[in-house]
Design a protein around this ligand. Structure first.
Ligand code: FAD
Ligand code: NAD
Length: 520
């Protein structure tokens, strides 16, 4: 909702009409772009009508503010007067009005859980809910469970209906070390599954188990050293975080609970956590695309799973703006070895700079050594989708190549059943092709891999394929290695490209399970 540019922008024909879970956007009036909203919020105008006061809002009061020119919405316990924002909302007034005078948390979580509405709507904040707002019955029961208000037996019963059973944790110590052990009760756990951050006085370990998030969140009772190690005992689903004590004293307790400690909730309700990363390098890849290398803080353990993205956050004219980006490796070839580097402190991004864009010019202006916040990973691609695969087809357009980098790597190094990997790389011109020589070299290095470049605006010298994605191109390229081969087609690029591609793939009788599209 909140950080998508306005009507003239992106232009109707622009590639940047990014699908965000398929939701529709409405044309906005002139002067109602995101930048216009930021300017209004900076103007000092009283947008709540409360002259800067914050109030406790009762359910009865909230219900009264249900009209377009007087519209209050509760999101995660905070109430906002969104009337001034109506005309700036790219999702349209109707979407906001559907939550008028009520709790819009569920609606918000469904549509854009990652948007930083606190920053975007800070000047519209009316106050907190005096009592908990009404939410759906299932959600309420689940929350009660997690807050320990139901007996233990019911905890398992209710969660079991929807997801995995709740993990638990324990800790022990030696003279110099403290080990926190998380029992996930799941076998398919690996180093991607746990994210650990120790910042200021807060220690967080978030474990992702299927679509749920288990959080350990503590103020540790004693100081620890900056670096720690994380180990996973895969077949028993045990995670061990080994902390080094700063002083070799005996700890009577591990620490005190912080917000949501020991909670096990659907990941979509958990919110995204950000840590500040340092810009290490920035290299030109094409005329407009750069490879950015960011370094995680020493006291963070974070590995972005293949096929997933993170959000980068910058403060632009006083407002926090976030945009999604998909980490890659530092090159296509250097990582073609097993095992893929684990526990790396570096995260790489291939990012196209749009001169008229909101975020990327700011990103481009960062100097080496500057900081930028990176969120925890998100995305619904699962490694299991490529297990036992025989044919893998990757349809990438422009920077839609980014999720393909790790998938290609993983498939070629870890999937013994794989017979054929084909990348169809759609670009405007030859100059736009990211890592062209590396991609070409890979075809020599691995005989299973093949590439076709398709250009939509080539020069007259181009001898290769031309045009946009089309039935003819797809039926020529997408040849299974055998009639019943297990196949996956990954598709990523500008929204019209992806949407059209999916339609054409269905027409070619590929099933839903055989197609994975990347969107926000
Ligand atoms: P925007 O402000 O969104 O502008 C986009 C376009 O609109 C540009 O072409 C700009 O020139 C044009 N425009 C701006 N102002 C106007 C105007 N007034 N009138 C007309 N046109 C205008 N991108 C990557 O490069 N690498 C990645 O790895 C990557 N991963 C992604 C992962 C996901 C899940 C998603 C959904 C997107 C990803 N993107 C990635 C795209 C990225 O999130 C941004 O959309 C992109 O960087 C553009 O951001 P921006 O704010 O700079 O541009
Ligand atoms: P671009 O403008 O350079 O276009 C690349 C190619 O896409 C074109 O050559 C053409 O073949 C195809 N294309 C463009 N518009 C089309 C249309 N209307 N119909 C059919 N095909 C079309 O692309 P770009 O500027 O690099 O943009 C890449 C897009 O990929 C962005 O929108 C970005 O948000 C998206 N992206 C998404 C993810 C993700 O969802 N995980 C990751 C990375 C990039």
């Amino acid at each position: 909702m909140l950080n998508v540019p306005s009507q003239s922008f992106p232009a109707p024909s622009s590639q940047q009409r990014v699908a965000s879970g398929g939701r529709s956007k409405v044309p906005l009036k002139q002067g109602r772009s995101l930048m216009d909203w930021i300017r209004l919020t900076e103007s000092g105008k009283d947008l709540t009508g409360l002259k800067g006061k914050l109030i406790d809002v009762t359910e009865e009061e909230l219900k009264k503010h249900n009209k377009k020119d007087d519209c209050w919405i509760c999101i995660r316990g905070y109430v906002y007067n969104v009337s001034p924002y109506m005309e700036y909302h790219p999702g349209g007034e109707d979407t906001l009005m559907s939550a008028a005078g009520s709790d819009g948390t569920d609606l918000f979580n469904q549509i854009h859980p990652w948007v930083n509405y606190e920053s975007m709507l800070k000047v519209c904040l009316v106050g907190r809910m005096a009592v908990k707002p009404t939410v759906s019955k299932d959600y309420r029961e689940e929350k009660k469970v997690l807050n320990g208000m139901l007996p233990k037996s019911q905890v398992t019963d209710i969660l079991a209906k929807e997801g995995p059973s709740s993990p638990s944790y324990d800790w022990f110590q030696t003279e110099s070390l403290v080990t926190i052990v998380i029992y996930t009760k799941q076998k398919d756990i690996n180093l991607d599954s746990v994210i650990v951050d120790h910042q200021d006085d807060s220690f967080r370990a978030e474990t992702i188990i299927k679509d749920y998030s288990y959080l350990i969140h503590l103020g540790l009772s004693h100081e620890i050293q900056e670096d720690f190690s994380v180990r996973v005992v895969e077949n028993v689903g045990k995670i061990e975080i080994v902390l080094k004590k700063k002083e070799n004293t005996f700890w009577k307790c591990l620490g005190h609970s912080l917000e949501n400690h020991n909670s096990f909730i659907p990941k979509k309700d958990a919110g995204l956590y950000y840590r500040r990363c340092r810009l290490i390098s920035k290299e030109d890849v094409t005329h407009d695309t750069k490879l950015f290398c960011l370094m995680l803080p020493p006291s963070t353990h974070l590995q972005v799973p293949i096929g997933q993205h993170v959000y980068l956050k910058l403060t632009i004219t006083g407002t926090e703006i976030v945009k999604p980006y998909t980490p890659v490796f530092d090159s296509l070839l250097s990582e073609f070895q097993e095992p893929v580097l684990c526990n790396s402190k570096y995260i790489y991004f291939l990012i196209k700079i749009y001169p008229a864009g909101l975020f990327t010019p700011e990103l481009d202006h960062l100097q080496i050594g500057d900081y930028i916040s990176i969120s925890s990973p998100e995305g619904n691609f699962k490694k299991s989708q490529i297990e036992e695969l025989e044919d893998l087809f990757l349809l990438a357009a422009g920077t839609g190549f980014t999720p393909m980098v790790k998938i290609l790597n993983y498939a070629l190094t870890n999937i013994p059943s794989l017979r054929k990997v084909k990348l169809m790389f759609f670009n405007k011109t030859e100059d736009d092709i990211i890592w062209r020589s590396q991609v070409e070299k890979l075809t020599f290095k691995d005989k299973r891999f093949d590439i076709e470049f398709i250009l939509s605006a080539p020069t007259s010298e181009w001898n290769g394929k031309r045009g946009y994605i089309s039935p003819a191109l797809l039926s020529e390229f997408l040849k299974r290695s055998s009639d019943k081969s297990k196949v996956l087609i990954c598709i990523c690029g500008p929204t019209p490209f992806t949407e059209q591609g999916i339609r054409l793939l269905h027409d070619l009788n590929f099933s839903k399970d055989e197609i994975h599209s990347f969107t926000a």
